[in-house]
Design a protein around this ligand. Structure first.
Ligand SMILES: Cc1ncc(COP(=O)(O)O)c(C=O)c1O
Length: 693
């Protein structure tokens, strides 16, 4: 759905005359020939009305706007008690249905050029226990107009409200003063407020002796800086948004080089620029909206714009964003390290921070190499064992242990020596076996590779339970455990790369827990900050750490680090992510919703071009095939995955394919209805593309 124009009227406090301003502006804009719809989504203190129009604020608004819209849409929630919506609903034993409010808003938005929505009280007024007025404004995608009184304390209130709006991720249309009470007040210093808040101020509507249409219009016309107001309003119109989106698209195409992207194709096609997000919805600069079906490449946990996550980062921002970790420590990084060590598989005691998945893997590789130099200097353990189809990142070390030819072959001459075993990809068993023989035979290969490279392997690196970038290849039960046991038998370190699988995605906090595996090293990134900031950690055992201890002269120091190592903002986000994961029972939720997703995906198997469906927790892959009976894949040139993803996008869902495998990787915080909606859009898109329907 495309976004319409309009604004959300809020107050710096209750009783500042929001309704008068909202209604007055509606009447004035109508006089200018604009098609204005009004809404008072939640009204409390409502008394029964016998007339055609409701009483209270909604009735007043409708009268001024000469609205003929149904009351049920204009005021979808009416509550009797004169309390906040949350408390008023509680007093009636009811709960507020945000979905119904949004449905009414979307209906009215389709019918009017401009919507004026009047909130209840200020932005921090609760609607439910964890949904506030600011959340509603953000969900509606409207900028806020802040109404303030001009009496004592008004500057503080105006600036605090503007500050709160921005902290909540809202766009501010501007501030307007309204002399709602009789009595004297000083002329507000509009320039001071403009400068300090960085927002527009549209003037002062003086005290109105009568509240009839004529008097209100007069007040608006004499107090409002009309030109300034209209110019600002125009910046949020659908036309202005579309123009801005076009300009951004042009800049992108002219200056940017995107990752994993054939830029020739990119520059020839349409480019959507994401400007905001709420929950699992992404919003484009032109107002377009999509469900985020891959949680922004497998990292978002709590949805976009989660207030608690935002607050944690903002709080840290107010203290300090970054100070070096060389020669200094910092509070969130120290607290986070303790937390990570307490939840990680047993034995992982030390935390080395870095910036992203690739650097976390790079650290793991260099650490294990140096470990053997120091722990067993007489040997030469410098090789790594990896799995075909593996992906561990894009830095040269990570590429050396990567097994996706399409990405990695071109850099072959730059890479160090790695040994690969075929992946346990039982749908296309590399050994030509059926289940369960495939699983056993693939696991046997691990032992064999270790025997053949006896005394030479520094470590084995594995993506536990699911090789995600390879196409959501789910390992058969027991494979991971067999790999760990083989490592122990052959004295090889085990690096568990949980960059994609960590933080609840597979239905356990870490995928290693499924088979009670305790790696020597574990790499974490992506979801660690709930998807807000780039940040990573490499966790190691005490045994490994101890091998680096010594005097300076021993040269055992791990000489590795990055400018932004242990960045405070990232660490603060990670701490809050972990706190919220516990509070919101995210892992349990992944299991419950994952099972429901699994049931929905079973239906995909009846489609003629779906060969296999694989899932663990909320990580799912649907493999498309040209011929179901033989499993013959679509040729690369057919770009079947990319075409299905494009179709899904046109239907409101963002997903990225991995070759012919469609991936669904929703944020764990997504509502079940949202997850099922994503699955349904994906199913319809597959049908449309593969069957031309
Ligand atoms: C298993 C795994 N390891 C490492 C990486 C690299 O992470 P990043 O893209 O943050 O460098 C990825 C990225 O998808 C991954 O899936």
């Amino acid at each position: 759905m495309r976004q319409g124009g309009g604004f959300f009227v809020t107050g710096s406090d209750t009783g500042v005359g929001k309704t008068l301003i909202a209604g007055g502006l509606a009447a004035w804009l109508r006089k200018l020939g604009r098609d204005v719809g009004v809404m008072k989504p939640l009204e409390t203190g409502v008394k029964p009305s016998r007339g055609k129009l409701p009483g209270g604020d909604a009735g007043f608004l409708m009268k001024l706007a000469e609205s003929r819209d149904p009351v049920s849409l204009t005021r979808p929630v009416a509550l009797r008690a004169p309390l906040s919506p949350y408390h008023a609903a509680m007093a009636e034993g009811a709960s507020v249905d945000i979905g119904a409010i949004m449905e009414a808003f979307n209906t009215l938005s389709q019918q009017h050029e401009l919507m004026i929505v009047e909130g209840a009280g200020g932005l921090m007024v609760p609607i439910t226990q964890n949904f506030f007025m600011a959340d509603l404004a953000r969900l509606m995608g409207l900028p806020v107009l802040i109404v303030v009184h001009p009496y004592l304390g008004s500057i503080n209130q105006a600036l605090s409200a503007a500050h709160a709006a921005r902290a909540e991720g809202l766009e501010v249309l501007g501030i307007i003063f309204n002399a709602c009470r009789k009595g004297k007040y000083p002329q507000p210093d509009l320039d001071l407020i403009r400068r300090k808040s960085g927002e527009e101020v549209f003037g002062l509507v003086g005290h109105l002796p009568r509240l009839n249409r004529r008097s209100i219009m007069k007040g608006i016309e004499s107090g409002l800086e009309a030109e300034n107001f209209l110019a600002r309003l125009a910046e949020f119109s659908p036309e202005a948004r579309a123009q801005r989106a076009k300009e951004l698209e042009a800049k992108d195409k002219k200056y940017i080089w995107h990752p994993f992207t054939q830029m020739k194709e990119w520059m020839e096609g349409p480019v959507d620029v994401i400007e905001s997000g709420h929950g699992v919805t992404l919003r484009g600069a032109d107002g377009g909206q999509w469900l985020d079906g891959h949680s922004s490449y497998w990292c978002n946990i709590h949805g976009h714009g989660d207030p608690a996550m935002n607050r944690a980062v903002t709080r840290q921002l107010g203290k300090i964003s970054h100070s070096t970790f060389l020669g200094l420590s910092n509070a969130p990084a120290a607290q986070l390290a303790e937390k990570l060590a307490s939840i990680a598989p047993r034995g992982l005691e030390r935390v080395f921070y870095s910036d992203d998945g690739s650097t976390a893997v790079e650290v793991a590789i260099k650490m294990s190499c140096q470990y053997w130099r120091q722990a067993a200097p007489e040997g030469k353990r410098e090789k790594f064992l990896s799995i075909g189809g593996a992906y561990h990142g894009d830095t040269v070390g990570a590429v050396s242990v990567g097994g996706i030819d399409l990405y990695h072959a071109v850099f072959k001459n730059l890479l160090f020596d790695a040994v690969f075993v075929p992946p346990p990809y039982c749908y296309r068993c590399p050994l030509g076996k059926k289940q369960p023989e495939c699983a056993l035979a693939c696991a046997d290969l691990l032992d064999r590779a270790m025997e053949e490279n006896q005394g030479q392997l520094a470590a084995m690196i594995i993506e536990p339970i699911v090789q995600c970038p390879a196409g959501i290849i789910t390992a058969p039960a027991g494979y991971l455990k067999r790999a760990w046991e083989a490592c122990q038998r052959h004295g090889v370190l085990l690096i568990a790369d949980e960059v994609a699988t960590g933080f609840g995605r597979t239905g356990r906090m870490f995928a290693c827990e499924h088979e009670d595996v305790h790696p020597d090293i574990m790499t974490l990134s992506k979801s660690i900050t709930g998807g807000l900031l780039p940040f990573a950690a490499t966790l190691t055992s005490g045994k490994l750490f101890d091998a680096f201890l010594g005097e300076q002269k021993d040269r055992k120091t791990f000489f590795h680090g990055h400018t932004y190592t242990a960045n405070q903002l990232g660490a603060a986000a990670a701490l809050e992510n972990l706190r919220l994961m516990e509070e919101r029972r995210i892992v349990e939720r992944v299991n419950e919703h994952g099972a429901a997703l699994g049931r929905a995906l079973e239906g995909f198997l009846s489609l003629p071009n779906v060969g296999d469906v694989r899932r663990r927790g909320l990580i799912a892959g649907v493999e498309l095939v040209l011929d179901k009976a033989s499993g013959e894949p679509y040729p690369w040139e057919a770009q079947m995955g990319a075409r299905c993803a494009a179709e899904a996008k046109a239907r409101g869902l963002i997903v990225r394919p991995l070759g012919n495998t469609m991936v669904l990787f929703p944020a764990p915080a997504a509502a079940l209805a949202e997850i099922l909606r994503m699955a349904e859009i994906l199913r319809q898109s597959i049908i449309a593309v593969t069957q031309g329907k």
